[in-house]
Design a protein around this ligand. Structure first.
Ligand code: AMP
Length: 182
C-alpha cells in the first residue's frame, strides 16, 4: 500500500505513521526525520537543510525531492510506503505523482489528519523539539496554511479525512477502518 499522510504540524502524523507502519508492514518515511538524521550526521544535505528547518521554513523542493526519490528507490519501499511530511506543496505532489508513474505506481490513499490550530500549538509546545519555539511554530503554521493546505483540494476525492483529536489508539483504529473502506 502506498500512502501519504497530510495534516498540520503537530497533528500527530508521526505517531500515527509509526503505528500504521507497523500494522500495515510498510516503511514509515518521514522527510523531517530524514533531514534530522542528516543534520545529526553533519552530511552536506543536513548542513543545507538546517537553516531552513531552524527558521520553520520549507527546505528547497529540489533537495527534498531528491532525498525522497533516493529513499523510495530503496528495496524496502518497493511494495509500499507511508510518506509523512511529503508532499508539502502542490509542486511536490506533482513531482511525487511523476516519480511514481515512471515506475508504473500510484498512491492508494491520502490520509488527512484534521485538527484545530489551538490543539496543534499546544501539542507542539509540549513536545519541545529544537524547532518547536513559539516563533517557529507560527511560521510553520503559516507555511502550512499557504503551501500545504492547498493539497487538500489537490487530492480532492482521493482524500480520507480523519479527526485527529482524541485517543491515539482510537485515531489509529479509525484510520485503519477508513483505509479498508477506501
Ligand atoms: P516535520 O518533522 O515534518 O515537522 O518537518 C520538520 C521540518 O523539516 C519542516 O519545518 C521543514 O523545514 C523540513 N521539511 C520536512 N519535510 C519537508 C518537505 N516535504 N519540504 C520541505 N521541507 C520539509
Amino acid at each position: 500500500m502506498r500512502l501519504v499522510l497530510l495534516g498540520p504540524p503537530g497533528a500527530g502524523k508521526g505517531t500515527q505513521a509509526a503505528l500504521l507502519s507497523e500494522k500495515l508492514n510498510i516503511p514509515h518515511i518521514s522527510t523531517g526525520d530524514l533531514f534530522r538524521a542528516n543534520i545529526g550526521e553533519e552530511t552536506p544535505l543536513g548542513l543545507e537543510a538546517k537553516s531552513y528547518m531552524d527558521a520553520g521554513k520549507l527546505v528547497p523542493t529540489e533537495l527534498t525531492a531528491r532525498m525522497v526519490a533516493d529513499r523510495l528507490a530503496q528495496e524496502d519501499a518497493a511494495n509500499g510506503f507511508l510518506l509523512d511530511g511529503f508532499p508539502r506543496t502542490v509542486e511536490q505532489a506533482e513531482i511525487l505523482e511523476k516519480m511514481l508513474s515512471e515506475k508504473g505506481q500510484h498512491l492508494n490513499a491520502v490520509v488527512n489528519f484534521s485538527v484545530d490550530e489551538d490543539t496543534v500549538v499546544e501539542r507542539m509546545l509540549a513536545r519541545g523539539r529544537a524547532d518547536d519555539n513559539e516563533d517557529t511554530i507560527r511560521t510553520r503554521m503559516q507555511v502550512y496554511r499557504n503551501e500545504t493546505a492547498p493539497l487538500i483540494e489537490h487530492y480532492g476525492a482521493e482524500l480520507v479525512t480523519i479527526n485527529a483529536v482524541g485517543d491515539i489508539e482510537e485515531i489509529n483504529a479509525a484510520t485503519l477502518k477508513a483505509l479498508q473502506a477506501s
